[in-house]
Each structure stands twice: as structure tokens, then as C-alpha cells.
Design a protein around this ligand. Structure first.
Ligand SMILES: Cc1cc2nc3c(=O)[nH]c(=O)nc-3n(C[C@H](O)[C@H](O)[C@H](O)COP(=O)(O)OP(=O)(O)OC[C@H]3O[C@@H](n4cnc5c(N)ncnc54)[C@H](O)[C@@H]3O)c2cc1C
Length: 433
């Protein structure tokens, strides 16, 4: 941990941490073992949230509001540099997910909480509504299925309309039928995260950036987190011999590390075997519309979902900028250290536009040649691979993995942004003693 961060952490900790230590703690990951090789002072803490993405931030706020002392650790220099800054910024209604799944429950509850939170905290957002469109007759039954699923999930206001009505709402749109979802909307994610950080800090939460969790072990029934300076990892040339500068012994630890969550959990010594799922990575690229004139659409326009994603859709951001995406490109994983350092490949290859044009023209035939410009990309941490059925969010407590005080969040892909407040509420209600 950088000296200033550690000092700041200790200075501000109001007794969460009791002592600084210059003692080095040496852990040999592969052949080691834990207790015998770990020496030096340990620091106690109340609640530690690993990862300052939108989910970790929402959780830190929730725990702090419930009177807990919270410490947030993130390997990056600031909050929200991972998937939370690389998504569609859509507040989903809750249509797509199987009935009674965590995704369905958290999305519906999270959407309600998020609109309320945004209104009360002046977070830029708009309930602009969404049209999910069938462009061929074979897609109409799928649209009906989506509508039925949405109704089952408790999504209000859904209605099916003919293409002609959809085209009156959106003159550039071409489709046979459309499912109207009036509860869908958009949010300025950065403002949301800033607000969550501010509230958490006001309640005494300490944020330590440039601080990476590299593993953990169990001593008796105490879960001991191995914490290191991010710079140490950057200089380690990918080697597994790491020297944590701090061993934290919290009452509660929540692993909210998004893309790295399974890699990190696999580094927790003592975790029950076979319980950590595999993560598959699906990159999604966005292209923006270059000819800045009047935006062609006012609603979110989504095609029928595809394998791995929701289809190349139209999103409008808070400034009225139109973007198309994300597509689905399955990519290989990277080593643990690179993953902790967010060294994923986020480049958007301009050539991918050739696949976007025909997809988009199915519902927006007037899209002009040469009008798409590479935007940005995000990566989905999926628990199912290509051609496999989609998986639900996974929240694991001690009963599953056997490590007291640890909660793992896995597969927090879409609708994780929409769900962040509901996930936090759930964790606090289920795991706080
Ligand atoms: C292309 C795309 C589009 C999406 N669109 C939407 C949408 O429109 N609506 C919606 O609801 N959801 C959407 N999502 C999902 C949503 O973005 C995510 O569910 C959400 O951002 C996940 O937040 P998180 O806090 O779990 O993870 P992240 O934002 O990835 O945060 C994880 C944090 O952990 C830190 N970290 C990693 N390893 C370590 C370590 N070892 N030690 C310390 N810190 C560590 C990272 O630096 C990072 O800050 C989309 C996702 C993608 C990829």
C-alpha cells in the first residue's frame, strides 16, 4: 500500500486499525503455508469492501448508514475505473431475467431504489423508456416471451404495439412489433458513484486507493486479508511471490471486485473446493454516431437479445449523444495480477463497424455509411460461456465457501448497475450481525 494511503488509512481510521507496522509479511503463494510463513502485526477492521465500483460503493454506503465502520480498498487510483465506467448506463426495468432469479429480483427492486435515489440526490437521470423491437416475423414470439417474463417479474406498464405505432413514436425506426417498457431509463453513472462515495465518506467510510488485495488465509475462525501496494504488483513482473504490507482481520469482508472476483476468491486459502465458479469474459464494443445533428431516437431501442448480450442497441446518454452497442466478443482470461490491475484489452477495433452496420440497419435502415466511430468497450464477467444458458448473479457466504465473515459476489454483469442499491440492501439484511 502506498505510504500516504496507508498513513492516511491509519490516521483516519478512528481505531478501526490499531497500529502501523513496518514489519514485512512474506507469503509464498503456491507452496506455502499460511500460518507458518506469515509473520508480523495484524490490523483489525470492522467491514472491508474490496472494490470501489458501483456495487462496492453502494455497499459501503449501506453498511456505513447502518452504523458500521467501513474500509474500501481498490487497486486503482480512484473509484469506478472498472466495468462501472464501461457500460450502457441504462436503468433496466427487469424484463429479461428468469422469474425469481436474483437478477430479476434485484433489477426490479434496484430500479425503484435507483430512481428514488437519483431524484433525492440530484443525480442526472431520465426515464426515457425503451422499445424492444421485432424486425422479422420469427422474432415476434420471442417478443411475446419477453413481455410475459417481464410481467411475471413485476415490471409495470409493458405493452405490445404494432410497428406502425412504434414508427410514429420513433420515425427513424423500422419494425414489425415493439414491446414498450416505460420504466427503462438512463443515468449518469459517474455522478451516481460520486454521490455514493460522498455519502459513505460522510458516514466515516475510509477509502484506500492504489491498494490491492492479493489473497487471504484463515486463522482459527478469523479471516485474514493480504493487502499490498498496487505499485508492488505493477513491479512484480507477474510473479507470484508477493509481500503484503498489511494483514487485515475484518469482521466482514465483501469481495466486489467485478472482473477479478473469481480470481481473487481462488487466492483465499481455505476456501471450500469446487465452489468458486469459472468466469468467462465477453467484451462489448460501442460505436458512436458521428454526424452530430438531431439524434435519430429519443427512446432506448433494443433488438431481441442475442447469445451473451442484449443485442446491439441504441442508447442515448444524458447529453443526447447516441451510441450503438455493445456487441459480444468472447475473449480469453488474463493472469490474476493483470486482472487485479485492470489490464484487460479495452481497445475498439474500427473494423468491427462492418458488423455493426447490418445489425443496426435491421431497425434503423437510414443509418449512413461512414457514420459510426469507435467509442469504448466494457467487459462482462460472465459465469456462462458461449452457447450456454445465462447464469444468475452469485452471492456466496460462509455456508457455501466455509470462510467466516467473507461474502463473494460473482458474475455481477448487467443489470448490476441498476441493481447496485438492491444488492447492498440484500447483503446488509442477510449478513450483518
Ligand atoms: C458492456 C457492458 C454494458 C453494461 N450495461 C449495463 C446497463 O446498461 N445497465 C446495468 O444495470 N448494468 C450494465 N452493465 C453491468 C454493470 O456495468 C456492472 O454490473 C457493474 O458496473 C459492476 O460493478 P462492480 O462494482 O461489481 O464492478 P467494477 O465496476 O468492475 O468494480 C470492481 C472494482 O474492483 C477493483 N479491484 C479488482 N481487483 C481488485 C483487487 N484484487 N484488490 C482491490 N481492488 C480490486 C477494480 O479496480 C474495480 O474498481 C454493463 C456491463 C457491461 C460490461
Amino acid at each position: 500500500m502506498p505510504k500516504q494511503a496507508l498513513e492516511c488509512l491509519l490516521r483516519n481510521s478512528k481505531g478501526i486499525l490499531q497500529s502501523s507496522s513496518s514489519t514485512r509479511i512474506c507469503i509464498r503463494w503456491k507452496n506455502l503455508s499460511t500460518k507458518a510463513h506469515i509473520e508480523g502485526a495484524r490490523e483489525r477492521a470492522d467491514c472491508v469492501v474490496i472494490g470501489a465500483g458501483v456495487v462496492g460503493l453502494a455497499l459501503a454506503r449501506e453498511l456505513a448508514l447502518r452504523g458500521r465502520e467501513v474500509l474500501v480498498l481498490d487497486s486503482a487510483p480512484t473509484f469506478g475505473t472498472g466495468t462501472s465506467s464501461r457500460n450502457s448506463e441504462v436503468i433496466h426495468a427487469g424484463i429479461y431475467y428468469p422469474h425469481r432469479s436474483l437478477k430479476a429480483i434485484f433489477c426490479v427492486r434496484g430500479r425503484e431504489m435507483l430512481y428514488k435515489y437519483c431524484s433525492e440526490h440530484d443525480i442526472p437521470h431520465k426515464q426515457i423508456g425503451k422499445l424492444i423491437v421485432a424486425t422479422g416475423s420469427s422474432e415476434v414470439p420471442k417478443l411475446n416471451d419477453l413481455m410475459n417474463r417481464g410481467i411475471q417479474n413485476g415490471v409495470d406498464g409493458l405493452r405490445m404495439i404494432e410497428g406502425s405505432e412504434a414508427e410514429r413514436m420513433e420515425p427513424e425506426l423500422r419494425c414489425l412489433k415493439a414491446l414498450v417498457s416505460p420504466l427503462s431509463g438512463i443515468v449518469d453513472t459517474h455522478s451516481l458513484m460520486l454521490s455514493l462515495v460522498g455519502e459513505a465518506e460522510n458516514e466515516g467510510t475510509i477509502f484506500s486507493y492504489n491498494t490491492t488485495v492479493i489473497g487471504a488465509h484463515l486463522e482459527g475462525n478469523k479471516f485474514c486479508l493480504h493487502v499490498s501496494e498496487t505499485k508492488q504488483l505493477e513491479n512484480s513482473n507477474g510473479k507470484f511471490l508477493l509481500h503484503p504490507e498489511l494483514v487485515l482481520i475484518p469482521e466482514l469482508v465483501v469481495n466486489c471486485t467485478g472482473l477479478s472476483a473469481t480470481a481473487l476468491a481462488n487466492r483465499f486459502d481455505g476456501v471450500r473446493s469446487g465452489v468458486i465458479p469459472s468466469t468467462y469474459y465477453a467484451r462489448g464494443c460501442y460505436f458512436t454516431l458521428s454526424n452530430a445533428g438531431i439524434p435519430p431516437f429519443n427512446h432506448l431501442i433494443y433488438p431481441i437479445p442475442e447469445d451473451g448480450g442484449l443485442g446491439v442497441h441504441v442508447t442515448v446518454d444524458m447529453d443526447g449523444q447516441i451510441k450503438f452497442g455493445p456487441d459480444v466478443e468472447w475473449i480469453g482470461g488474463i493472469d490474476d495480477i493483470s486482472s487485479f490491475l485492470n489490464r484487460f484489452d479495452y481497445s475498439v477495433c474500427a473494423n468491427r463497424a462492418t458488423r455493426f452496420y447490418p445489425e443496426i440497419r435491421k431497425y434503423y435502415p437510414n443509418l449512413e455509411d461512414g457514420s459510426l466511430e469507435p467509442g469504448y468497450s466494457g467487459i462482462r464477467p460472465k459465469l456462462s460461456g458461449p452457447q450456454q444458458s445465462p447464469c444468475d448473479f452469485v452471492i456466496q457466504g460462509e455456508d457455501t465457501h466455509g470462510l467466516p465473515g467473507l461474502i463473494n459476489l460473482f458474475g455481477i454483469e448487467s443489470p448490476g448497475l441498476t441493481s447496485c442499491l438492491a444488492i447492498s440492501e440484500h447483503i446488509a439484511a442477510r449478513f450483518l450481525r
